[in-house]
Design a protein. Sequence first.
Length: 67
Amino acid sequence: MPEQDDRDDPSPRGAPDPTETEAERRRRRARFLRELAEARELRDRVQPRRAKAARLRHAMRMRTFRW
């Protein structure tokens, strides 16, 4: 299996692209967050018991959280 060669990639992962505008960055971030929410909803539908346990854990964490 050939290795991936990222040497010709001008921007390494995590480094901001200097040509990207703020609006493009916000659009890309919004799309990522939408896809993330969609993936979470799908996981919750596929594993309802695990999703319920996670909701209960989250609720307990919120009740015991101190500001």
